[in-house]
Ligand binder design. Structure first.
Ligand code: AMP
Length: 389
């Protein structure tokens, strides 16, 4: 176990979106200073950090300078180039380490790791050329062709129903490496968010039940009402992954629960996750504080859930007909509003979320959805196509 980095020290964050923002808020609450590094300025993280550095990730001199001025480094998204992490690593500890990033930022490496760890994954084949798609058998379809790198929120993936669609799907993705996954007939999607400290201890949240709209997370609810065997299996899988991947920090595991009751891992995210945002208000220690504690070598906090909770995302869509009616939504009891300080509310862009605490997960979900509808109350005469989305 390396040295403990105490409050008052400076944490460096690579990436400056909402995850970095919520991480920074947790870090500052614990008395740390935060420097954030990204190519942008006036960012969600920069607005709450001590210092915001605007520079490209491949400006390795700037990266080295940044590393010299902090005590430890973490990242808020997995597409930071591994070379950037390697430079940081020469100067300061970085958690989770470059090996975690290397595995999880590439779908073929990630799935190969999971399979070798004995974890059930969606059946897949790696594809490196259009010719290889000719070998695909009908039993492998319908499927989803996904780029191996740089995919998120459904970007870089195309559903393929029959073999004559494979070629156009490959051209559409315009990449050199992809995975063809079997399309999963799932009953539910769920996630486990887990933290692992430098002493090897693990704290687990979930299973959290997730619903997506247009491939973007829409609603998360916890606790789940799965049979204990399913919850236990998901938690056991999470422990295996965190340990075998030697994660120090936070990792989210997204699962499908198939219609015939099997758990399959869909993908990993080596950082706090959108489905764990409800831990800020509903749990004794939130996912972001766990990341702070893990990267600084402190003991993890308790992941105990205080009340049932539901979180809904607020996408830029809600702004399209004017400023949302915050007064209406904030009048709902036990509701917490989180906005990320983004200047431009584009359709599909994550602008914030709200979490409702209630006596049951069902009540929390109903109240959260109603609160989001209430944001549109002032525009009721001009309803959006999907006021619930
Ligand atoms: P991903 O970016 O891979 O997490 O995909 C985003 C969403 O697309 C998932 O949360 C699912 O709702 C859907 N999806 C992705 N892969 C599959 C699959 N193999 N079968 C069915 N749905 C999928």
């Amino acid at each position: 176990m390396s040295g403990v980095i105490l409050p008052g020290s400076t944490i460096g964050v690579l990436g400056s979106g909402q995850l970095g923002r919520m991480f920074t808020i947790a870090a500052r609450r614990l008395g740390y200073r935060v420097r954030v590094f990204s190519p942008d300025d006036d960012t969600p993280t920069g607005q709450v950090a001590d210092v915001e550095i605007q520079s490209a990730y491949d400006d390795l001199d700037a990266v080295a300078d940044f590393a010299r001025q902090v005590d430890v480094v973490t990242f808020e998204f997995e597409n930071v180039p591994v070379e950037t992490i390697d430079v940081v690593d020469r100067f300061k500890p970085v958690y989770p380490g470059g090996h975690v990033l290397h595995t999880t930022q590439h779908r073929i490496r990630e799935k190969t790791f999971l399979r070798s760890a004995g974890v059930p994954v969606t059946p897949f084949r790696a594809v490196y050329s259009i010719d290889e798609l000719k070998a695909v058998r009908d039993e492998e379809l319908p499927g989803v062709l996904k780029t191996a790198a740089w995919g998120y929120d459904g970007k870089g993936q195309v559903k393929v129903d029959s073999s004559d669609e494979l070629e156009s799907a490959w051209r559409k993705l315009n990449c050199n490496e992809a995975v063809l996954e079997r399309f999963v007939d799932f009953e539910k999607e769920l996630s486990i968010v887990a933290a692992r400290g430098q002493d090897g201890s693990v704290a687990i949240y979930g299973p959290i039940i997730n619903t997506h709209q247009n491939h973007i997370l829409d609603l998360s609810v916890t606790p789940s009402e799965f049979p204990p065997t399913i919850s236990k299996e998901a938690i056991d899988i999470a422990r295996v992954i965190l340990t075998k991947l030697n994660v120090i920090g936070v990792l989210c595991i997204e699962f499908f629960l198939t219609t015939d009751g099997k758990l399959l891992v869909n993908e990993l995210a080596p950082r706090p996750h959108n489905s764990g945002h409800l831990t800020i208000d509903a749990h004794a220690t939130c996912q972001f504080e766990q990341q702070v504690r893990a990267v600084c070598g402190l003991p993890l906090g308790s992941a105990t859930q205080l009340r049932p909770a539901a979180m809904v995302n607020l996408l830029g869509d809600i702004w399209q007909q004017g400023e949302p009616d915050w007064k209406e939504a904030l009048a709902v009891g036990d509701l917490k509003l989180h906005l990320y300080g983004k200047r431009e509310a584009r359709v599909g862009r994550k602008m914030g979320h709200l979490t409702v605490l209630e006596n049951s997960p069902y009540d929390a979900e109903q109240k959260a959805l109603a609160a989001r509808r209430a944001l549109l109350a002032r525009h009721a005469d001009k309803p959006l196509a999907d006021a619930n989305a």
